[in-house]
Ligand binder design. Structure first.
Ligand code: DX5
Ligand code: ZN
Length: 216
């Protein structure tokens, strides 16, 4: 399975419907939604009204990445707003079990994310309960940063761990991804690659997506 999830954080917010429809017509199967609260990360992105506008413009799989403290407070509302998957950060909550339960009760898929300095080992006890793990390959907060190469080893380690206790776990990677590193990330065991600036900054975004999907 190879999936590209363009990050709407890099879209033109003055032309949000146009950019969402462009992605809707591309080979990208998912749309990645970055929600930031200015507390968990030093940046504020957008919330429910903007997400709902994106949801209205595309029936594709909405992959919501919460970079907010106490994510357990908002998971149900993102589900109601049309999320298909909600991913929260293990570093942002003391109640990961409540986050997972909130997603399950709301009937959406659930993912857990780790920042670049958080080891894969913290995920072990949660893996059987998760649909996905999101490995951050930049410090969360901003698009357009450089890919951190040690993420590749983390993906390999996570794939090996998941093969033992959660073989159908989806691994997603986010940050600094383009056709230059997509091939090695898929080969390491990732199935979903998030890409913001390499898609929306390209002259031809649909072609940039095709190139990542075909990368060796
Ligand atoms: C960063 C976000 C990413 C970001 C990726 O905190 O989680 O999804 O939009 O942007 P690029 O692909 O430009 O690194
Ligand atoms: Zn993200």
């Amino acid at each position: 399975m190879r999936i590209i999830a363009p990050s709407m954080l890099s879209a033109d917010f003055g032309n949000l419907e146009r950019d969402t429809r462009m992605i809707d017509g591309s080979a990208a199967e998912w749309i990645h939604i970055d929600v930031m609260d200015g507390v968990f990360v030093p940046n504020i992105s957008f919330g429910f009204p903007v997400f709902k506008a994106i949801r209205k413009a595309s029936p594709k799989f909405m992959d919501v990445h919460l970079m907010i403290v106490e994510p357990e407070r908002y998971i149900e509302r993102f589900a109601q707003a049309g999320a298909d998957m909600v991913t929260f950060h293990i570093e942002a909550t003391e109640h990961a079990d409540a986050c997972i339960a909130a997603a399950r009760n709301a009937g959406v898929k659930v993912g857990m994310s780790i920042k670049p300095k958080t080891p894969v080992s913290v995920l072990e006890k949660w893996l059987p309960e998760l649909d996905m793990v999101l490995v951050m390959s930049v410090e969360p907060g901003f698009g357009g940063q450089s890919f951190m190469p040690h993420s590749i080893d983390k993906i390999r380690e996570l794939r090996a761990l998941a093969d033992k206790c959660k073989p159908d776990l989806t691994i997603e990677v986010d940050g600094g991804i383009s056709a230059a590193n997509a091939g090695i990330l898929f080969a390491a065991g990732a199935e979903v690659l998030v890409a913001g600036s390499s898609v929306f900054g390209a002259e031809n975004p649909c072609e940039a997506i095709d190139k990542m999907l075909a990368a060796q």
